[in-house]
Write a protein that binds this ligand. Structure first.
Ligand code: GMT
Length: 380
């Protein structure tokens, strides 16, 4: 198949999923065309059947808000026509599903029907999409897609609750590439971070409010009071400054390391003992899955789709969002009991295997085929 992928190219989970999916499809022989405003972060290696089309907007003095949507629609029309795509897969409803609809209508005037699959990732429904500023357009665009997928059962249900959806939504879970994410020996590196064998906790996110980054610091404060430990903070975003200030105010400036955005996160995860994801909500929690693939148990909230990924008492523990005391107590329980920790490590890996790229990718291929077959002879 010839597939166009539209996504946000930055460090967000939806861009990561879109890029890894495209690369996986390319490895299986499909031709993949990424259409976005910047080369996606994980699209760093050359592959003969992967193409990248940069959306070039015009910055004109009249535009207080440069019309990216218009430039993206034009680029989609161009790529679909001249690369002869079979299907367009857009990640994150806003504005991609809407822009895809516009491109589809333009292509119809040229006698070309392009089927569009929209994947809902989470905040496009739960935080931004349900805002009245966007909701009528988001609802319309979901209903007008030829196929819609959600990254968890919870997100599907949330979408059905939030909008008037007239079509089926297929749950296709996020996935993990075990060629990349696996536990490796990085003892030399561990010695630098934790020279006296301290436990290493880790939080990784885009530091948005929804991640409750300060809760990660407060959990660590309680753990550190009882267990020699360090905390790695991976990622960057609007809440980083507050989190750094809180760390210093608590006297933990040296014990908590802010590493910023990192590409080789699997090398950092290789030295960690426990992953913290105290988010207000997560449609899925891809970062938790990446940690689990590296055999790290997860202390998380129970918001959104997290219980579909992190199994309470098996791969980690779940608490209500904001219940820092309970999360810290679970973390201490696990870190103090080596046998239990080892068992949870093994369980985390087993659970992660359910989301192996090699298992999930064929689900997408089958779904594409169904959508393409349904779209034959469609003229509207
Ligand atoms: O987590 C974010 O704020 C970024 C966002 C995105 O779209 O880039 O992540 C969402 O999509 C990820 C990939 O499907 C999910 O694993 C995350 O759980 C989801 N984030 C939220 O629901 C908050």
């Amino acid at each position: 198949m010839k597939i166009g992928i539209v996504c946000y190219p930055t460090y967000g989970g939806s861009g990561v999923v879109a890029t890894e999916l495209g690369l996986g499809l390319a490895r299986k022989g499909h031709e993949v065309h990424f259409i976005t405003y910047r080369r996606p972060v994980r699209l760093s290696v050359f592959s003969p059947n992967v193409f990248y089309h940069e959306v070039d907007g015009e910055d004109y003095p009249l535009f207080e808000f440069p019309p990216y949507d218009t430039a993206l629609a034009s680029k989609i029309v161009d790529v679909v026509q001249y690369q002869n795509l079979d299907l367009l897969h857009v990640h994150y409803a806003i504005p991609h599903a809407t822009v895809a609809y516009m491109a589809k209508k333009i292509l119809l005037t040229k006698g070309r029907y392009i089927p569009v699959v929209t994947t809902l990732h989470g905040t496009d429904i739960t935080l931004v999409g349900n805002n009245r500023a966007f909701s009528p357009v988001v609802e319309f665009s979901i209903n007008k897609s030829d196929g819609v997928t959600a990254v968890s059962q919870n997100l599907k249900e949330e979408t059905m609750r939030t909008f008037h959806i007239e079509r089926d939504i297929q749950v296709i879970y996020n996935f993990i590439d075990f060629h990349r994410f696996k536990k490796t020996n990085k003892e030399h590196f561990k010695k630098i971070i934790a020279p006296d064998g301290e436990r290493i906790l880790v939080h990784m996110s885009n530091f948005r409010k929804v991640k409750r980054v300060e809760d990660a610091i407060l959990i660590f404060q309680k753990v550190h009071a009882q267990i020699p430990s360090r905390l790695l903070m991976i990622g960057d975003g609007p809440e980083r400054q507050n989190a750094e200030q809180l760390s210093r105010a608590l006297g933990l400036g040296d014990e908590i390391r802010f590493l910023g955005k990192q590409d080789a996160v699997e090398e950092l995860l290789a030295i960690c003992d426990l992953f913290l994801m105290p988010s207000e909500t997560e449609s899925f929690g891809l970062a938790a899955l990446e940690a689990m693939a590296c055999e790290i148990p997860v202390i998380s909230s129970n918001g959104g789709g997290l219980p579909e990924v992190n199994i309470h008492g098996v791969t980690g523990f779940l608490s209500d969002p904001g219940n820092v005391d309970e999360m810290a107590a679970y973390a201490i329980q696990l870190l103090e009991n080596e046998e239990m920790l080892q068992q949870f490590r093994a369980n985390a890996l087993e659970q992660a295997k359910r989301f192996d790229l090699d298992t999930i990718l064929p689900d997408y291929e089958r779904y594409y085929e169904t959508v393409i077959a349904r779209s034959v002879n469609k003229v509207e």
